[in-house]
Design a protein around this ligand. Structure first.
Ligand SMILES: C[S@@+](CC[C@H](N)C(=O)[O-])C[C@H]1O[C@@H](n2cnc3c(N)ncnc32)[C@H](O)[C@@H]1O
Length: 208
């Protein structure tokens, strides 16, 4: 684990405090509260979503491959007395059987995984037929001018954001993975740098 990886994990909640207050908390709540059944969250980070899961969730599994993040996640699970299992695994190689979960949650993760195509194929595999991928992701801008800046500054953002690519066409990747997008809202990650502001929030279904 790199030194920057440890610093990034230690500072993550502080870096995100502005966007959390401005927009993320409300979006997380609206997206996660209605979920029910067996839920898998990938790339859980420090556990920003934990408090928003509703009573319909019967089992919550949260994966996180980065050790400094996973330790914070485990602390937050214990502090908030959430019933959740933390598993150290990348989204590209999930240690679960096919058709296990009713919902897979990905928030601000598909920008960072090494291989979004593989990660989405894994989400598709572990979902039950008719299961839902619930996403909140910052993405490539639909404004060509901003998209050009996202391309220019990608290398810098990858370094500062510990692997975060600002310019990924994530909605198209979700559709290409075989999901049917049931709802999508385009929003802005307020209080964040412009190249990571375009947000998509929604639900996609794995065909039955
Ligand atoms: C920007 S943070 C988002 C954390 C959290 N999901 C949230 O909404 O605040 C990105 C997370 O993805 C994790 N990550 C990086 N590579 C990953 C991979 N291959 N599979 C799953 N998660 C990964 C990082 O360790 C980090 O916790």
């Amino acid at each position: 684990m790199s030194l920057w990886g440890r610093i990034f994990a230690a500072g993550y909640d502080r870096i995100m405090a502005g966007p959390e207050k401005a927009v993320l908390r409300q979006l997380r709540k609206e997206l996660l509260e209605p979920l029910a059944g067996r839920v898998l969250e990938v790339g859980g980070g420090t556990g920003a979503n934990l408090r928003f899961y509703g009573p319909g969730v019967t089992e919550l599994v949260v994966t996180e491959p980065e050790e400094p993040m996973a330790r914070r996640l485990e602390r937050h699970v214990a502090d908030q007395q959430v019933s959740a299992t933390v598993v150290r695994a990348p989204a590209e190689k999930l240690p679960f059987d096919a058709g296990t979960f009713d919902a897979v949650v990905s928030t601000l993760v598909l920008c960072t995984v090494d291989d979004p195509t593989r990660a989405l194929a894994e989400a598709h595999r572990v979902l039950k037929p008719g299961g839902r991928l619930v996403f909140l992701e910052h993405v490539r801008s639909e404004d060509p001018g901003l998209a050009r800046w996202q391309d220019r500054l990608e290398g810098l953002q990858v370094r500062i954001g510990h692997g975060c690519h600002p310019n990924r066409p994530t909605l198209a990747s979700i559709e290409a993975a075989g999901f049917t997008v049931a709802s999508v809202q385009h929003d802005q990650l307020l209080k964040a740098p412009p190249i990571v502001r375009p947000l998509i929030v929604g639900v996609a279904e794995r065909s039955a």
